[in-house]
Write a protein that binds this ligand. Sequence first.
Ligand code: XIL
Length: 368
Amino acid sequence: MLIHRRDFIAALSSLGLAQWLQPGAKAQPATRSLQQLAGQKGLLFGSCLALKYCVQAPEYQQLFLAQCGIATPEVNMKWNSLSSQPGIYDFATADRFVYFCARNHLQVRGHTLIWHDALPAWVAPQLNAENGRKMMTDHIAKVAGHFAGKLYSWDVVNEVLDPASPRPDGLRETLWLRNCGDDYLELAFRTAAAADPKALLVWNETYLEVSNGFGQNKRTAILGLLDRMLQRGVPIQGIGLEAHLRAEQAAVLGDASYEAFLGQLARRGMKIFITELDVQDVTLPADPQARDQAVAAVYNKFLTATLRQPAVGGIVTWGLADRFTWIAGYRPRPDGLPVRPLPFDANYQPKAAYYAIAESLQSAPPRG
Ligand code: XIL
């Protein structure tokens, strides 16, 4: 079905979504730094990064350093990037990343210690119920110990819930759960705290931000697990909401139940971060301006609701400019047009999404 741009924009307004830059608007005000706007409110703003992008495109490096105060290594701290043989680690690329950030006054979000994905090929065949806990804790001690004192935070565990899980606690069936036992999250956080007492220890998770049945199940599961672990003194200090959003989810993003959930996390003493924000445009019409409007509206609705919660400490997008985005491979458009999920376009120019993010930062209440 062909959707005309005018009808599409009218549909956005009917969902209560504002318009960002009239289609055809030419003059754009000078681009202000999102990190500066965030900093004025006591917030952090940043993005994931791979240093190879800076080598390929020096303009990208310039943009990144102008806009960001914090960076997440997109791949370089994952287990399969650090260790191609059992027990042997090569930190050279990750060290370069940390050094680049330190030199350029960027804080670093360590990502990620325990995940069922991005594992070296040797892990699964070696892992069993006898050595599971040791393999997991050795890895955490080695990696968190290597960077100790240098990182803002660690994503200690990544994507560990499954709303379709048959288990009452909602934990995803992974090789870690199978081989390390039901309390492996507790063990992971305690080991990370011992290895790097300075980094803020975060549980990074998908889909908590989406107010549908799937998301609600995850919210119930995380609150239950958190309560049990906090009672036992487990050092969990933050929750990361990945927020790989889709433009068609506008109706189930940033609503009252989401804000209530953020309040429940805050009451449990959690710092909250948006850790991997992007907005997929794969189901939107081809017209780039219409797409940019819809994407921007989702950014603004979601972030405005998020930033009303004082426990939210920062926003990290999963890429800054459409030239370098994992969405190109993960959710390509069926019509083959380049995807436009990020605040800057493939030529590093600000898009409607940039203005939408800037506006949400400007209207955010300042942190204490
Ligand atoms: C993605 C990277 O962006 C890709 O380059 C890589 O090929 C796969 O991983 N959740 C996460 C991130 O926690 O680490 C993932 O990053 C995206 C989904």
